[in-house]
Design a protein around this ligand. Structure first.
Ligand SMILES: Nc1nc2c(c(=O)[nH]1)N[C@H]1C(S)=C(S)[C@@H](COP(=O)(O)OP(=O)(O)OC[C@H]3O[C@@H](n4cnc5c(=O)[nH]c(N)nc54)[C@H](O)[C@@H]3O)O[C@H]1N2
Ligand SMILES: Nc1nc2c(c(=O)[nH]1)N[C@H]1C(S)=C(S)[C@@H](COP(=O)(O)OP(=O)(O)OC[C@H]3O[C@@H](n4cnc5c(=O)[nH]c(N)nc54)[C@H](O)[C@@H]3O)O[C@H]1N2
Ligand code: SF4
Ligand SMILES: [Mo]
Length: 881
């Protein structure tokens, strides 16, 4: 079966073979996004399709209910709330992980039938700034380029984009282009794996991008590198932008000083940009997730419009999407700020969409954007909320307040595939949705390519497709005819028809698919919109015409706000947040695959050595970060890859995996005024050691959560066959005993126990019939042994005498196990094996790969291997394709 990966916006084609619920996956060589490649997450899809933890039945107030009961209740509560308080008293919060069909259905219900635009998607946290920048410049939310441009380019600029980890397959394609001479410039405060191997890394001061890109444009003007003919023929606003640039000192030294980068490096970038017609500027969360997100996007697009580098092979500004269907939501109206099909709230569009839907009403104005929506919920203005396919209790900024909002909301519905997300406990009604491998429909990737996700298994339990759940509720609310679809193909056809309806020049047009037969829909090959009778469209604006009234693009004057460092002495650091290589968002899926938990097992706080020294923070020890919003504790990673003054935390961990290690309760709810996108990349913060008095770990077959009565730093790290729980506390002996009492309650009878009261260490193993069931180790000042050999003991059907002795001694029998971090998730290769291979003479990624097996499967770890080679003293890095 050919389907599409449900993770990132690259949208890789997957070939899957299912046998019951076992599935083996491989890259689809015929899919134009990946041509057969998959990254570590895509390769591990088979490990995430089990039914463990799934939500399989509707529930009402925690008890299992029938679909008809649950649907009727949701319809009734929404109708009542609307009748009493008006349409704007209800809201949907949806997600780029829905299919286009799901999105279309949810938007139609909210905007056309409920009559409010209070439907927003988590793409507000992700793409909103780019959307506004596109609309300002091009007249509509249009992504000009395509993946082929990334290979044709001679220069690729990564602006706030850690592609090596977040879009690994595209990064591999560009690595190959690099082997033939393509240059990479990375603009990121951190030296990421993307930056590590690049030709140039500009570790700019947080939030100084607009200054940098404006400086580039001023430099292009000085050099005479502007394409005057292109500007004259196709672009408005150049003079305004030039005037804006003239308001501040744009000299190289002034810009370099404000951005905190060496002037020589900045000059190098400016020169390369000026000299390279085939330039693609990728921009992602380092650009979008900012109070200046729109301005950053506009500044990047300005540089491309001024040089005419758009709509040509190998030349484009390229906003890359995060989620598998972030683009589909932008198309169908998943955002509160657009109506549907790239039509907005002008009277003509409203009338047209209303007529097309045969709708009783239509929302008059944009609805509340995600952050505002949750504020309105907290303040009681929104009284009924339906959350679909997103986990706001983890992923929204100021997550502590988001939880308050959810707790205060009189009626919360959650449609999810998992039973116990962080958001689920707030739900009055939980509705089970189909997951990847079960659901069937379409998604659109970063290059506007529509691909099919296809079902591999039957629906488990009573789970249903999201579009059907919405349609059933709509029907129960009395909107029968408009939601009477019988298949996803029918929903898709209606959507394609709307995109073409009275289309007097909207680029987003799926017209030729409007009459697609169910068979053709099933067999649909990946195709890029706009779809014409000749097929898809790879590149937009090839004729220099834009979707503006006069057909000309619009450059936008943008003023740089100063770098936001060290503005508040109480919070002198800049907290940056983002992603790690092998995890996806709130861990509801990648947390099921132990092989994906090895690369970054737990949350961390990355600090520059200079800051660490000043603050007394040491590698591997717990560290506390405080902002005006909240506090978190996680292990410190002291690293020169961090910019002094900045710290970094991954976004992924929630209550179920690491209650103390959550980044989002720290993040300020500051948003871009135009896009409403939150500034996840910069919150003023301070950090200091946690100073735990004791630490320990507990291994058991089941997952446990930290006892609420104790103030512990608790992390759960899934392993093959068991769950490892790490913890630390600041209390005394009594705290340890209290925890011990909880963890060993009801434990099996045979106990192996060793206590050294002097050293404050305790080791206990609980066995049933000679088989290991639970292990508890705690230590005061002393060290704890590596966990790997204990984890392995859980697989044994009976412990040997040697194992029992080892447990009591607290040391693995025989030679010490390698506890260095896993680099290659596919083959389980650790860092020490790679450094050994390098020391033995392997000087290239390929040589390391041949010797150790690392990087030979999906290739996601290749940048990390390159880094290890670069770090090793004697060898020279060679970037082989
Ligand atoms: N492994 C993995 N891949 C994913 C995802 C995942 O969860 N895991 N999620 C997907 C999704 S939804 C998204 S949106 C994408 C996101 O993909 P990316 O945007 O690549 O990911 P992030 O790590 O959020 O942020 C990118 C970089 O922005 C940098 N940055 C911070 N502040 C600034 C600044 O002021 N200026 C500049 N220029 N850079 C800055 C950060 O240091 C970080 O390295 O990834 C997608 N792919
Ligand atoms: N600090 C910080 N926070 C961030 C970011 C950051 O960089 N820093 N990035 C932001 C960005 S860009 C994004 S995109 C968000 C992502 O944040 P979320 O959207 O909250 O993250 P997910 O874990 O992907 O949540 C998806 C939920 O939907 C469920 N699900 C999966 N498939 C389906 C389905 O088909 N149907 C239904 N009904 N449910 C399904 C999953 O079980 C899960 O509970 O996080 C944002 N938050
Ligand atoms: S790059 Fe990886 S996560 Fe993204 S779509 Fe491809 S296989 Fe999936
Ligand atoms: Mo995202």
């Amino acid at each position: 079966m050919r389907t599409t990966c449900p993770y990132c916006g690259v949208g890789c084609g997957v070939k899957a073979k299912a046998d019951g619920r076992n599935v083996s996956v491989a890259g689809d060589a015929a899919h134009p996004a990946n041509f057969g490649r998959l990254c570590s997450k895509g390769s591990a899809l088979g490990s995430t399709v089990g039914l463990e933890g799934r939500l399989l039945h509707p529930t009402i107030g925690g008890r299992q209910a029938s679909w008809s009961e649950a649907t009727a209740l949701v319809a009734k509560r929404f109708k009542e709330t609307i009748a009493r308080h008006g349409p704007d008293s209800v809201a949907f919060y949806v997600s780029g992980q829905l299919l286009t069909e799901d999105y279309y259905a949810a938007n139609k219900l909210m905007k056309g039938f409920i009559g409010s635009a209070n439907i927003d998607t988590n793409s507000r946290l992700c793409m909103a700034s780019a959307v506004v920048a596109h609309k300002l410049a091009f007249g509509a939310d249009l992504v000009p380029g395509c993946y082929e441009d990334l290979e044709l380019a001679d220069l690729v600029v990564f602006s706030g984009h850690n592609a090596a980890w977040t879009h690994p397959v595209l990064f591999r394609r560009m690595e190959q282009a690099r082997a033939r001479g393509q240059r990479h410039v990375v603009i990121d405060p951190r030296r990421t794996d993307t930056a590590e191997g690049a030709d140039l890394h500009l570790p700019l001061a947080p939030q100084s991008d607009v200054r940098l890109w404006n400086g580039l444009l001023a430099d292009l003007i000085r050099r005479g590198a502007v394409d005057r003919a292109y500007v004259a023929a196709h672009v408005n606003g150049f003079a305004d932008v030039e005037a804006e640039l003239g308001k501040v000192d744009q000299s190289l030294t002034a810009v370099a000083a404000d951005c905190g980068v060496p002037a020589a490096d900045l000059e190098q970038f400016f020169r390369w940009f000026a000299e390279t017609p085939r330039t693609v500027s990728l921009f992602s969360m380092g650009a979008n997730q900012s109070a200046q997100g729109v301005a950053k996007g506009s500044a990047i697009i300005n540089a491309h419009l001024a040089t005419g580098r758009i709509g040509k092979p190998g030349a484009a500004p390229f906003s890359i999407t995060g989620q598998p269907n972030a683009m589909g939501g932008r198309e169908t109206g998943g955002m509160a700020t657009t109506l549907a099909g790239h039509m907005d709230f002008d009277p003509e569009s409203r009338e047209r969409v209303k007529r097309f839907w045969g709708a009783p009403t239509i929302s008059e104005k944009p609805g509340l954007k995600a952050v505002e929506m949750f504020e309105a919920i907290r303040e009681g203005r929104i009284k009924a909320l339906w959350v679909m396919a997103t986990n706001p209790a983890v992923s929204l900024p100021n997550a502590g307040k988001v939880r308050e909002a959810l707790a205060a909301c009189p009626f919360v519905v959650v449609s999810d595939v998992m039973a116990d997300t962080d958001t689920a406990p707030f739900a009055h009604v939980k509705l089970p949705a189909l997951a990847w491998g079960e659901k069937d429909g379409t998604v659109t990737n970063s290059e506007r390519r529509i691909s099919r996700q296809r079902a591999l298994f039957d629906a488990p339990g009573e789970a249903r497709p999201d579009w059907r759940i919405v349609a059933d509720v709509a029907t129960a609310m009395g909107f029968v005819d408009a939601f009477s679809w019988r298949s996803q193909a029918q929903v898709f056809r209606e959507w394609a028809r709307l995109s073409a309806y009275e289309n007097g020049g909207r680029v987003l047009n799926l017209g030729p698919l409007a009459a697609i037969t169910p068979e053709a829909y099933d067999a649909l090959e990946p195709v890029q919109w706009p779809v014409t009778s000749a097929g898809g469209t790879a590149r937009l604006f090839t004729d220099g015409r834009y979707q503006t009234p006069d057909g000309r693009a619009r450059m936008q004057p943008v003023a740089a706000e100063g770098p936001a460092e060290a503005t508040d002495p109480a919070f002198p650091l800049s907290l940056n947040t983002g992603r790690v290589r092998d995890h996806w968002h709130t861990l509801t899926r990648t947390g099921l695959a132990p092989e994906l938990c090895r690369h970054t097992p737990e949350p961390y706080i990355e600090v520059h050595p200079a800051d660490a020294e000043k603050l007394g923070i040491t590698e591997g020890r717990l560290t506390r970060v405080t902002t005006r919003q909240g506090e978190a504790v996680a292990v410190a990673k002291v690293s020169e890859r961090q910019r002094p003054g900045s710290i970094f935390m991954p976004m992924h961990w929630g209550e179920t995996f690491a209650p103390a290690g959550r980044a989002n309760p720290l993040v300020a709810p500051k948003v871009d005024a135009r896009s409403g996108q939150p500034e996840f990349k910069h919150t003023p913060a301070r950090a200091r050691p946690y100073r735990e008095t004791w630490r320990g770990f507990f291994i058991a077959a089941e997952g446990w959560s930290a006892p609420k009565s104790l103030d512990l730093v608790w992390r759960r790290i899934p392993q093959a066959g068991c769950q490892l729980h790490e913890f630390a506390g600041r209390g005394d002996e009594a705290e340890r005993e209290a925890l011990r009492a909880v963890l060993t309650k009801g434990a099996p009878v045979e106990v192996l126990r060793f206590e050294d009261a002097g050293a404050g260490s305790l080791r206990e193993a609980y066995l049933v019939g000679g088989r290991l069931e639970r292990v508890l180790f705690t230590a005061g000042a002393g060290a704890l042994p590596p966990r790997e050999w204990l984890v392995e003991l859980f697989a044994a059907s009976e412990l040997t005498a040697q194992d029992r002795t080892a447990l009591l001694v607290g040391r693995a029998p025989g030679k010490p196990l390698d506890a260095s971090p896993i680099v290659c998730a596919c083959r389980g290769v650790r860092a020490s094996r790679i450094t050994d291979a390098i020391a033995a003479g392997c000087g290239s990624i390929d040589a390391v790969s041949e010797s150790t097996g690392a990087g030979a499967a999906c290739g996601s770890c290749r940048p990390e291997i390159a880094r290890l080679i670069a770090q090793s003293p004697k060898t020279e890095v060679r970037h082989a394709a």
